[in-house]
Design a protein around this ligand. Structure first.
Ligand code: ATP
Ligand code: MG
Length: 475
């Protein structure tokens, strides 16, 4: 049993509690920070609710904290924030809310603590801990058995879930996000309501949706969230390309695997290996073009030709729709989607030096990440097959090391560049310059010449000659 008095026996709670007493106000720590105390999770900010003006209390607390304390007041929201060092305190007056159908922004009026706790999204987020110093210091208010739900690991709304979700549909995503972060189950009645209200997600901005998706992706097992999104019907509204991967088709008694569940397996497997969230996105999207490239071939069975390439081309649109960053994170994801089959394909052909060099060169600094993705992509139930593929991957890795040691091929640019080619032959830029450059690069990748200036220059002169070019004298 957690001893809340001891939990909050810290200077900051005493200061806030004393200040509240001086103003003759009730004050409570609420929401996520209380939940996280019980769960022994770190939490960065502390939310305080007071009955009356939160801004007044914040001003007084900031005064007491003295030098180094910084106060920000948000009058329109009736909230205020006090920061000092790495401490972040939020203050708000207890409130009552009423919603209309078009917006998730409620009409807000002053209310009691009971009103305030009743408008919160989940029972586990509706705990309040009184901080007024004196006999009530550390008194827990738990109107909806949030403690019991933490114990049972359940996400449940305090009031009628249909109203809770319809009022603010963002809560549907929060439910799924908390279930994923904490590994909790969503209570069946809450989940049924979530499913019924899925269509309401349309009034939520995509930025807010993206924030929740990122939190799902940063969780230990992101698949929990994506699976719940699918089962609730939210996925086809948020990321239809991923929802389209669900299901199997059978022709002549031959079924392909369920690409959605395969993807989730890959995602979880990868997430056990790395926290890199964009690599996790690459895992989520690596087979995204399978539904659109799927074909039945009488000889080969199910085929997904070029799904890696088509998939990488789908990434920018998906990122744009989801309001995910369109900078090099997107390019990184697209690149890994495009390359995700290369390491395995390599061993299935033949591990030649030149093929390895090309892979190393194309993957550049993302080679290790690509290999992790590849490893995660091996999910077959057939142990023999898994063993074989993993052994092959090991060969590729070893070969990569060898080639890397021998020549410095990663991200390389040919030792003679376009400018040198133009200067040498006294010509302007054009396709010929590009061609010479490319042939030198190919020759290095194919191991015909070394990645070395003198050899590259010699080759350039030879190629120039083939095209009737002679070096100008001062080059
Ligand atoms: P985290 O900080 O990890 O996202 P949290 O529970 O602290 O989790 P916040 O968004 O910081 O979430 O919100 C603080 C508290 O405010 C919540 O614990 C909950 O009580 C309440 N809350 C937040 N968003 C909503 C919402 N959309 N509907 C109802 N209550 C909410
Ligand atoms: Mg919080």
């Amino acid at each position: 049993m957690i001893d809340f008095k001891k939990e909050i026996d810290k200077k900051v709670f005493h200061i806030v509690g004393d200040t509240a007493n001086e103003l003759r106000r009730e004050c409570y720590a609420v929401g996520g920070c209380v939940r996280d105390m019980v769960l022994r999770r770190p939490s960065k900010d502390i939310d305080f609710v007071t009955v009356g003006s939160g801004i007044e209390l914040a001003e007084a607390v900031a005064g007491k904290l003295g030098k180094g304390a910084h106060l920000s007041v948000f009058r329109t929201f009736g909230t205020a924030q006090v920061k000092k060092h790495n401490l972040e305190l939020e203050f708000v007056g207890a409130r009552k809310e009423s919603y209309n159908r078009e917006s998730r922004n409620p009409v807000v009026e002053e209310g009691s603590l009971t009103d305030d706790l009743s408008r919160r999204d989940f029972t586990i987020n509706a705990l309040a801990l009184q901080v007024n110093t004196g006999e009530n210091f550390g008194r827990l208010i738990d109107m909806f058995d949030g403690m019991g739900d933490i114990e049972r690991q359940i996400i449940r709304t305090p009031l009628d879930p249909d109203i809770t979700f319809s009022d603010d549909p963002l809560r549907m995503l929060r439910a799924i996000r908390f279930a994923t972060q904490l590994g909790f189950k969503i209570h069946p009645e809450t989940f049924d309501a979530l499913t019924r209200n899925a269509g309401r997600i349309e009034i939520i901005t995509r930025e807010r949706i993206a924030t929740e998706l990122m939190k799902i992706m940063e969780s230990p097992r992101p698949s929990i969230g994506w699976d719940l999104l699918y089962k609730s019907g939210l996925l086809k509204l948020i990321l239809p390309e991923l929802a389209a991967m669900k299901g199997v088709e059978v022709v002549n008694g031959r079924a392909h695997k369920d690409n959605f569940y395969h993807t989730l397996e890959v995602l979880d497997k990868l997430s056990r290996m790395t926290d890199k969230v964009w690599l996790r996105w690459a895992a989520l999207l690596h087979d995204i073009a399978k539904p659109v490239t799927k074909k039945w071939d009488d000889k080969a069975g199910w085929t997904f030709h070029n799904h890696n390439f088509v998939g990488s081309k789908m990434v920018p649109r998906i990122f744009r729709n989801l309001k995910l960053p369109l900078d090099n994170k997107m390019k990184y994801v697209a690149k890994l989607v495009e390359l995700h089959m290369r390491p395995i394909a390599l061993v299935e052909d033949e591990v030649t030096d030149s093929a390895v060099r090309r892979l190393v060169n194309d993957a550049g600094e993302d080679l290790e990440d690509l290999l992790l993705l590849c490893e995660a992509d091996v999910t077959s139930k057939n142990e023999e097959k898994v063993r074989r593929i993993m052994a092959n991957l090991a060969i590729v890795k070893q070969k990569i090391e060898e080639v890397n040691e021998r020549d410095n091929i990663r991200n390389f640019n040919p030792p003679v560049d376009g400018i040198e080619i133009m200067r040498t032959f006294g010509i302007g830029g054009g396709p010929l310059v590009g061609e010479i450059k490319q042939r030198i690069k190919d020759a290095i990748l194919d191991g015909e010449i070394h990645n070395d200036y003198d050899e590259a220059r010699e080759m350039m002169l030879r190629l120039g000659k083939e095209h009737g070019l002679t070096p100008v004298t001062d080059a």
